[in-house]
Design a protein around this ligand. Structure first.
Ligand code: HEM
Length: 453
């Protein structure tokens, strides 16, 4: 810790790499944010940050971490002071491959558009309005509910007679993908392709990708564009009342989306709902089977699942942090964050802030009407797909607890957590249960559910 002069002439303590929570040699923090034990369980470090350094500058990463609820919420409510525009692009791996950049010159999405999560008002207002009309969350979630139930039952049928499964690969990974495929009207036999595009995009953005894969990802990006643009052409010829149809056939008074804008919006819908929901489904099932008595309680009353889902979103937020860039100097208390600074809003910490929640402890009966969590963000960028994620998760947990008696963690293969800063979930989660029958006639059940919807 070093003393540094502030503008008003007073001094403040600033982290140096020796006490940086990212830094392996940290003296001040017993563990570091990037250390294995912190990635497994970051909540002790978050608590320390909240009480001792709620606005912490991390020199090694040139980043400011905000860990208190009120500060994170303030930033989300002031996009004019804290921009999203450049906040997510700094790790894009294409920048390090001339070959990939050459391939991308043929992209129909060039010059690249920055929509939704990569934009600020006033541009964001237009994109968000167009997305909201096209996605029509209330109507689409209702219309897709029978299909979601069908997908969930098909996935459970794939392993229920076996008495065990690896939950992430066999359920949590395919379910969100198939729901997004239904939104984008992609048939089942093309879902693997869709998933490969989504995985590539996430890996390129995160920057943790081999040079060979960067080049093949660039090629596959062009495939994705052609695929979506063929669907767009179909809908221009023959308008449809679905997501892509509504996206393409805009009302006459609305400024038309360019091709790059349209492709960028589709990409964000594809990617936005995948990994986050996979991680969330894993954390939810893990919580249900590992908290004593919880599984029994919800078997007694599945009506409690929606409330439980909110509590798990709070304590196990799949996105533990998000970034913004300060557009002007801003004082949080007596710490001034300078213009141009990169901020990480630590939702994982904010959602456990005792100052806001009273107690941060897991409480499946918590009343959310007054204490909303930040797991889906807040303000103008709040998750556009949250209604889908909620419905998917509730339906999934209802079906799993109803159909799999004796549901438990496997004692033969331990769970393996994601070990990435800012992400919470599982890579591997083996579960066991008493073998249970498949549903004999899924198409009749779909017809029944569709009528009921
Ligand atoms: C548990 C699952 C999910 C979590 C935790 C989650 C989380 C988030 C968060 C925190 C944001 C705000 C980003 C920001 O402020 O910069 C966001 C935005 C967004 N999410 Fe989600 N999301 C989930 C599921 C989904 C799904 C299923 C979809 C699509 C069907 C989706 C589509 C989007 C889009 C398009 C945005 C950008 C909105 C904008 O910038 O206006 N998300 N999500």
């Amino acid at each position: 810790m070093e003393e540094q002069g502030k503008r008003d002439g007073t001094k403040e303590l600033v982290s140096t790499s020796a006490d940086c929570p990212f830094h392996a040699g940290s003296k001040r923090f017993p563990s570091t944010l990037l250390a294995q034990e912190t990635l497994l369980d970051p909540f002790g470090v978050y608590k320390m940050l909240r009480s001792e350094r709620p606005v912490a500058f991390i020199p090694d990463q040139n980043i400011w971490i905000l860990s208190r609820y009120d500060d994170c919420k303030f930033v989300l409510e002031h996009p004019e002071k804290f921009s999203s525009k450049e906040a997510v692009s700094s790790t894009n791996a294409y920048r390090r491959s001339a070959e990939a950049l050459e391939i991308l010159k043929q992209s129909k999405a060039s010059p690249r558009a920055r929509t939704l999560i990569m934009s600020d008002p006033p541009e964001h207002d237009r994109y968000r309005e167009i997305l909201h009309r096209a996605l029509a969350p209330g109507q689409t979630v209702r219309a897709l509910t029978p299909k979601m139930k069908l997908i969930i039952d098909e996935l459970i049928d794939g392993f229920c007679e076996r008495g065990l499964c690896e939950f992430i690969q066999e359920f949590a990974y395919p379910l969100p993908m198939r729901v997004v495929a239904a939104i984008l009207d992609v048939p089942d036999d093309q879902i693997d392709m869709l998933k490969a595009w989504s995985d590539d995009f996430i890996a390129v953005q995160a920057g943790n990708i081999s040079d060979d894969r960067i080049v093949s990802s660039a090629r596959r990006t062009l495939e994705f564009e052609d695929f979506i643009l063929r669907k767009v052409d179909d809908r221009r010829r023959e308008p449809t009342d679905d997501f892509l149809g509504r996206l393409v056939n805009q009302p006459p008074n609305e400024e038309r989306l360019s091709i790059p804008e349209l492709l960028n919006i589709c990409l964000q819908v594809l990617v936005g709902g995948n990994e986050t929901t996979t991680n969330f489904l894993g954390s939810t099932l893990f919580t249900i089977v590992s908290r004593p008595g919880l599984l029994g309680d919800i078997r007694q009353s599945v009506a409690r699942i929606p409330q439980l889902i909110e509590e798990i979103l709070r304590v196990e937020s799949p996105l533990q942090g998000l970034f913004r860039i300060a557009t002007e100097d801003h004082a949080f208390g007596d710490v001034v964050v300078p213009k141009g600074a990169k901020l990480m809003l630590c939702f994982g910490s904010a959602n456990r802030d005792e100052a806001y929640y009273g107690t941060a402890e897991f409480d499946p009966t918590r009343d959310y009407r007054h204490n909303m969590h930040l797991a889906f963000g807040h303000g103008i960028h709040a998750c556009a797909g949250q209604a889908f994620a909620r419905r998917e998760s509730v339906l999934a947990m209802e079906a799993l607890v109803n159909r799999l008696p004796g549901l438990r963690l496997s004692d033969k293969a331990p769970p393996i957590r994601q070990m990435l800063l800012g992400i919470r979930g599982f890579k591997v989660l083996h579960i066991e249960f008493d073998p249970a029958p498949k549903i004999s006639n899924l198409s009749a059940k779909l017809a029944h559910d569709t009528r009921a919807a």
